[in-house]
Write a protein that binds this ligand. Structure first.
Ligand SMILES: CC(C)(COP(=O)(O)OP(=O)(O)OC[C@H]1O[C@@H](n2cnc3c(N)ncnc32)[C@H](O)[C@@H]1OP(=O)(O)O)[C@@H](O)C(=O)NCCC(=O)NCCS
Length: 333
């Protein structure tokens, strides 16, 4: 095989577009083709990311791109990890192209002093997931099982009245606030505290993700990137009588492709659970998306199968499972 791997200069649009086309073709088979639009990728990938150091590699056969990978190092926390993804054109599979890319990713992780690689494989329930088979062949193990879910925003909100009633009954002592991307000064400290405990609260299975400290400065740097790449993060918080941020939920929409919103983090502080705050913040965030982005017709989310509380909230809001998602982990010896 004469396949050659080349590191992408993300500021070179022609080269970046080759990389993008591979992922686009490789993910076209998935429901709703979730691969980002070119308009998003050409802005987001070259932009500085204070949270991640990114390396993109394209596999070329002659002059034609046939495979692609993404290697992403967290820079502010989890410095034992590397996040990796790879894709091969459907018509060029089972030729060993992903094996070449995977060895390159292993070498990059080792060179960066990272001991653990994390990847994801997605596929329809009840089918063979090529990414899973491939990853197991490369020495990964399934560390967590999750489900991707979709919500039809054109119909679901008409079913939310009973949830509103429950929130009104149980969460009356809390004030709900929403905001778009820029953290209000009076909330940023409380949000930073709550987010700092996220990984210790969410069911992670065997994935070796560790808590990290979110400071207001770190949140502001993250926010600046989002504004630059034109991605709105709509957040909703529940604030208790004494001004404490008791619950947080965010949902993300790109101004460059506003038809789909993606749920990010939802967390209720342990001492404030049992007041329907998960519903309260999620409903408020989704409604703000509907109000601010009239073209947004669907929302997606992803949760571990073991996350009973979150799965119940999502199911009652109308989310339906679409794909299995496997978190795959490999430790380099
Ligand atoms: C997963 C993917 C990258 C594999 O690419 P590929 O170039 O076909 O992989 P390789 O040819 O290097 O396969 C290496 C080994 O993985 C296993 N494997 C790969 N695809 C498989 C499949 N569909 N069924 C069973 N085993 C498979 C086999 O053991 C294979 O060796 P073999 O062909 O000698 O039996 C490709 O199917 C793809 O792009 N899928 C969509 C994106 C994705 O899932 N990415 C990976 C997430 S970890």
């Amino acid at each position: 095989m004469t396949v050659e791997l080349r590191v992408v200069d993300p500021s070179d649009e022609a080269v970046l577009r080759d990389w993008w086309e591979v992922g686009h073709a490789a993910e076209a088979e998935r429901p709703h083709s979730p691969w980002p639009k070119w308009a998003q990728s050409r802005v987001a990938l070259p932009a500085h990311n204070p949270e991640r150091e990114l390396t993109l590699v394209t596999a070329y056969d002659g002059g034609s791109p046939v495979g692609a990978s993404m290697f992403s190092l967290p820079t502010k926390d989890n410095d034992h990890l590397a996040f990796v993804e790879l894709w091969v054109l459907p018509q060029r599979r089972r030729e060993g192209i992903a094996t070449l890319l995977s060895r390159d990713l292993d070498a990059r992780a080792a060179a960066a002093g990272r001991s653990t690689l994390l990847a994801e494989a997605k596929g329809l329930p009840g089918t063979v997931i090529p990414g899973e088979r491939f990853a197991l062949a490369q020495g990964y193990q399934v560390a967590n099982e999750e489900q991707e879910k979709d919500l039809d925003l054109t119909t679901a909100p008409s079913t939310w009245a009973p949830l509103d009633d429950e929130v009104a009954e149980h969460a009356a002592a809390y004030r709900i606030e929403t905001f778009d991307t820029v953290y209000p000064d009076h909330l940023i400290d409380g949000i930073a505290r709550l987010l700092s405990s996220f990984y210790s609260q969410v069911p992670l299975g065997e994935t070796d993700l560790r808590d990290s400290e979110w400071t207001p400065e770190r949140l502001r740097a993250h926010e600046a990137r989002l504004v630059e790449i034109r991605r709105s993060v709509i957040s909703a918080v529940a604030v208790s009588d004494d001004g404490e941020v008791a619950a947080f939920s965010d949902i993300r929409v790109s101004h460059l492709a506003p038809e789909t919103a993606e749920v990010g983090v939802t967390i209720v502080a342990p001492e404030h659970r049992g007041h329907r705050l998960g519903y309260a913040v999620k409903l408020a965030g989704h409604r703000r998306v509907l109000a601010d982005f009239p073209d947004c017709v669907r929302a997606t989310t992803c949760n571990a199968d073991t996350n009973t509380a979150m799965n119940l909230v999502n199911e009652r809001m109308g989310y339906v499972p679409t794909e299995r998602l496997l978190e795959l982990q490999k430790r380099l010896d």
